[in-house]
Design a protein around this ligand. Structure first.
Ligand code: FAD
Length: 193
């Protein structure tokens, strides 16, 4: 697909979809959704590429993506789980690479220094993974208007700056600042009930 070298991201009631340029005429198109992902993918590709999209596909891959489970047990005696297997994935974006790396550091020092792995990774990642999960739970109830409202808020320079200046992997570090800056965000708290 011809493209202008810009990543497009489409949040919707069905899940999230993206178009990521790989070269001038090649892109990676993806979707992640909870229900009937094949139908969602089919519709999304038809919208983006047209009815004959299957003829334009170079390769297709699919796989399960875990959602963070705060109650998961990640250690039994000398057996540990980490990364996707331990659901260490940001439920907002479904990314987990940095989280897996941080947990790997925790595991390594826990083994060499005989410390508690479960406690170590939860201390570094637990609160933020939980906050991503809450945001996902809220967004899963959004209608198109709610997404438009959210996007309008983050088009404002003062809000965008906060997102640009902070590491979005760790929302607990700037959530309060954002809320003071944009009290309109409280509108979305109703989706957490
Ligand atoms: C489409 C997509 C896009 C993503 N984009 C991003 C992104 O932009 N940023 C981000 O941070 N995260 C992203 N993620 C998530 C990220 O890829 C995962 O969170 C991360 O790869 C998890 O690492 P992991 O080592 O736990 O698992 P994996 O990367 O899945 O590694 C597990 C490995 O174990 C192997 N394996 C499985 N079973 C066995 C077995 N029985 N014996 C031996 N080997 C086995 C598998 O083949 C695999 O190589 C994306 C995920 C998907 C699906």
């Amino acid at each position: 697909m011809e493209n202008d070298n810009i990543i497009d991201f489409y949040p919707s009631e069905k899940g999230i979809a993206w178009v990521v340029p790989e070269s001038k005429d090649k892109v990676r198109i993806g979707i992640a959704g909870l229900k009937e992902p094949h139908t969602y993918f089919d519709r999304f590709c038809t919208t983006i590429l047209g009815n004959d999209y299957k003829e334009k596909l170079i390769a297709k891959q699919a796989g399960p993506i875990p959602l963070y489970n705060p109650h998961i047990k990640t250690q039994i005696k000398n057996t540990y789980i980490i990364g996707d297997a331990a659901t260490m994935v940001k439920a907002t974006t479904l990314g987990g690479i940095m989280q897996s790396h941080i947990a790997a550091q925790c595991l390594s020092t826990s083994i060499t220094e005989r410390k508690n792995y479960e406690r170590a990774w939860r201390k570094r990642l637990g609160k933020d993974l939980w906050m991503h999960l809450m945001m996902r739970k809220a967004m899963d109830k959004f209608k198109a208007d709610d997404y438009n409202r959210l996007i309008r808020m983050f088009k404002k320079e003062k809000n965008r700056r906060i997102l640009e200046e902070h590491d979005r992997d760790f929302p607990t570090r700037f959530a309060m600042k954002l809320l003071f800056n944009e009290p309109g965000l409280m509108y979305f708290s109703k989706f957490l009930v």
